[in-house]
Design a protein around this ligand. Sequence first.
Ligand code: NAP
Length: 256
Amino acid sequence: MEISFLGKQALVTGAGKGGNNPQRTGVDGNTGMQSGFSSVFMRKLSLIPVFLITLSHHYHQDCPAIIPVCVDLADWAATEAALKDVGPIDLLVNNAACTKLQPFLEVTPDQFDLLFNVNVKAVLHVSQMVAGGMKTRGSGGSIVNVSSQASQRALRDHTVYCTTKGALDMLTKVMALELGPHQIRVNSVNPTVVMTKMGRLGWSNPEKAQTMKSRIPLGRFAEEEDVVNSILFLLSEKSSMINGVALPVDGGHLAC
Ligand code: NAP
């Protein structure tokens, strides 16, 4: 299946992992970017071709096809300022998110606020700005929110994370409802565990990982490519009648 984004401009949040950061692991040999599905995604998109902008904590140092915009997405005003000059966007991937493991009885207000700010409020804000431009130009567009199986399955020690992803799924539906008439499609992908930095935080314990894998009919975690290919499909014209869905990329976990 051939997908073309020729002449399109894409904005991806949370994909700015510079390879020069010594604290980061899994650096890709070709691009210097850290492995993880955001960087796999950027790599694939930069080959398609499409004009690419990232909005993240860190600058891409090593991939000239990508324009980095460095911002803390938890900061509403800074995000607004950062987005002012990025120009027209046709494709948006709300990928950035954070998590912290806390048992329910130990959840702290600062973590609650941080996770909701980044995982939900920033998605709303970035999408408002991007979709506002799409509506004004009458160009239509496609937005993909990176949610999780955690939106629909309770996961121990993931109280706030699960709750943010549940909120994100509903935000996706309301956006699809209100933006659809402007030919702006909004969908989410809902992956199972992927062993990125975030995946390793929750699932490095082999016993815990095995329990989770045993609930996935395909018997394995997702690879970055699995998620990236689903996002590319939802961004593309190949999914032109798909709007408002939460697409599991989970080997059947949510279905069973
Ligand atoms: P990751 O390796 O931790 O990457 C998250 C990205 O978000 C990083 O680039 C991070 O930038 C950025 N980010 C976080 N807070 C930010 C902020 N305040 N401002 C700007 N950028 C910020 O996690 P990942 O696994 O690639 O996750 C990508 C998406 O997949 C997330 O939405 C996550 O919820 C979802 N997901 C992950 C899994 C999994 O098992 N890994 C499963 C299902 C869904 P810095 O590194 O510079 O902080």
